[in-house]
Design a protein around this ligand. Sequence first.
Ligand SMILES: [Zn+2]
Length: 317
Amino acid sequence: MKRTSLVLLLLLAIAAGAWFFIKKPAEPEAGGRVTFGKLPAGLAEQFSGEKALAQVRAIVDLGPRPPASEGYEKTLKYLEAEYSKLGWITKRQSFTRATPNGPVVFTNLLARHSSSSGDWNKSVPVVIGGHLDSKGMEAFHFVGANDGGSSTGVIMELARVLASDPASAAKVEFVLFDGEEAILTSITESDGLYGSKYYAQDISKRSTWPALGIVLDLVGDSTYDFYYNPEATASIAATVEKAAEASGLGLKRSLTSIIDDHVPLQHTGLPCLHLIGDFMNMPYWHQQGDTMEIIDAEALEKTGRTTLRFLATLEAP
Ligand SMILES: [Zn+2]
């Protein structure tokens, strides 16, 4: 995530809006959206912040993971093995995009539980995503423990909890996005969100579409408030506020639109929930200090439990 000033943010929002206005796809020709159904209550208590923390540590220990790097490939291999142990089937989604550094091959990692349809052309109701890449930094070693690592750790722990109930696991597709971070300083119309833009196009071409998207980012530090997207539907907003309260997560509606991986998904018409820590006030954001020292199990646990309580109480997106 990046936001350098409100003015820049506004310009970016306008730019992104223009891009998506042009790219907005039509509804699917057949089948429409898959129907959302609540997950059972009781899954939330199974989510372990300590286990999520161990996943963040394992990812960070593999080193920086900018797109197309050795570290990114190592991280993909680690996550594929972890998913496999938990009964999830993974799919790499690779594509090449022009960037300010020339063409780059990006790779999203998708996962579905073995109990769900193996037909990737048909969607399952819920997509849960976060970015896997860490921002490429020339001046210093940057591992993105909170920025990219924390949401990935939460997603892997969600995969473990959901696998305990195959019927619930069958309703969820996980996606770890590549290239959320801009190659240059900040996300612009043509730089950043590479993976989520590609994934949004991909789900738009399926014969059926998901009903709900959830995107997590910078969720590893409970020192700061969390925000959700102002574009959330009334139903999503009311439900997530209650779920956060029940989970002890300090969550507020963001006053401004934040440009992150949920934006391309929202512009396919998918109702989305975006949860993000208050990165604007994190002194280590996009700095060397974004390491394991600032990650706490409590923040990860509150995020995971809020997500599961939200999915157990949402009537309809
Ligand atoms: Zn970032």
